[in-house]
Design a protein around this ligand. Structure first.
Ligand code: PHE
Length: 340
């Protein structure tokens, strides 16, 4: 019996040495220690042995059982450690290696100028409003005091979709839409895309405008001058000369165009090519909201007053970066766009 046990022990230990993985070990465990295992069989047979042998054999058998179990645990632990060491080595990260450079996109120069413009006006308390690109004749023209025979309605300027439906030629219709749906006081800006049938170095059939509207009880021309001067000074620098030049828009009265000192030549007497020798650059149109516009939206021109302005963001961006062809903004040439 004792020699049988010694044989079992040697066999089990030898077999353990050949184990390669958990499945091998499990097979071995079943073979020796399982319910029908060889060692289990011996242990079970102990009861039938003569009393004097039971204790010795039982002890030996239990020792072997424990020994084999301990070996199994030791083997598994060793494997786990090896496995861990292997993956640590394989997954080692060298944090000193420079990362993969991802190419960054950047904001389009138009969007940059628009974002900055919006930020300047929201800081002054204006809130952003929007309206549809496809407009009806009423909002784009009639409600803005543009009579039926006004030149701005001619085919050369306006893209018509249907006889009474146009691609908006300016953001001013959003003035009407906001006033129709709300009561004064109002202080809004309207960034948006507008469309005109025009295409040369300074005109694109699609371009970006920003409209502004401030309506209240005693809003006057001084407010208009203050707000727009603050805008030019914030956008182009506090020393930029600003002038208000009388002008005409059907929806404002009086109207003024705002010029700033030429960013290229600094407003020298002789001027330059960009300002066409005048020393001044036109940046926006503005004026006090016409009483007829108030009437169209149901406001009482005796009770409220206000000013409106509209500027071309393309133009602001061109002046800011010294770009001389508006079409560059819409051609998506990466050599151009990468410069911003
Ligand atoms: N809508 C005018 C244009 O597109 C600009 C403007 C807006 C002028 C508001 C005065 C007041 O030319």
């Amino acid at each position: 019996m004792e020699s049988e046990l010694a044989r079992l022990r040697d066999e089990a230990l030898a077999a353990l040495d050949t184990c390669r993985d958990d499945a091998d070990i499990e097979a071995l465990r079943v073979r020796f220690l399982g319910r029908k295992g060889e060692l289990t069989g011996v242990l079970r047979g102990i009861g039938e042995l003569p009393v004097e042998q039971r204790r010795v054999i039982g002890e030996t058998a239990n020792q072997i059982k424990t020994l084999v179990e301990e070996r199994i645990v030791a083997l598994r632990t060793r494997w786990q450690e090896e496995q861990r060491a292997r993956s640590l080595a394989a997954e080692r990260i060298d944090i000193t290696i420079p990362g993969n450079q991802r190419p960054y996109g950047s904001l389009h120069p138009l969007l940059q100028a628009l974002d900055d413009t919006v930020a300047i006006f929201t800081a002054m308390g204006f809130e952003v409003a929007r309206g549809p690109d496809i407009e009806d004749d009423y909002h784009n023209f009639a409600a803005l005091n543009i009579p039926a025979d006004h030149p701005a309605r001619e085919m050369q300027d306006t893209f018509f979709i249907a006889p009474e439906v146009v691609l908006r030629t300016h953001t001013s219709p959003v003035q009407i839409r906001v006033m129709e749906s709300r009561q004064p006081p109002l202080q809004i800006i309207v960034p948006g895309t507008v469309y005109r049938c025009d295409d040369d170095v300074t005109h694109s059939p699609m371009f970006v405008q920003l409209e502004g509207l401030m309506i209240g009880k005693d809003i006057c021309f001084a407010h208009l001058k203050g707000v727009l001067t603050a805008f030019v000074h914030t956008m182009f620098g506090p020393d930029t000369p600003v002038r208000f030049r009388p002008s005409y828009f059907p929806f404002t009265e009086p109207s003024a165009e705002v010029d700033m000192g030429c960013v290229i030549c600094g407003g020298r007497d002789t001027g330059c090519a960009v300002c066409k020798g005048s020393g001044w650059l036109e940046v926006l149109g503005s004026g006090m909201v016409h009483p007829n516009v108030f009437r169209a939206v149901g406001y009482d021109p005796e009770q409220v007053s206000g000013f409106a302005f509209g500027m071309g963001i393309d133009r602001i961006s061109m002046l800011r970066y010294g770009i001389d062809d508006i079409r560059l903004f819409y051609q998506n040439d990466l050599r151009f766009l990468r410069q911003f």
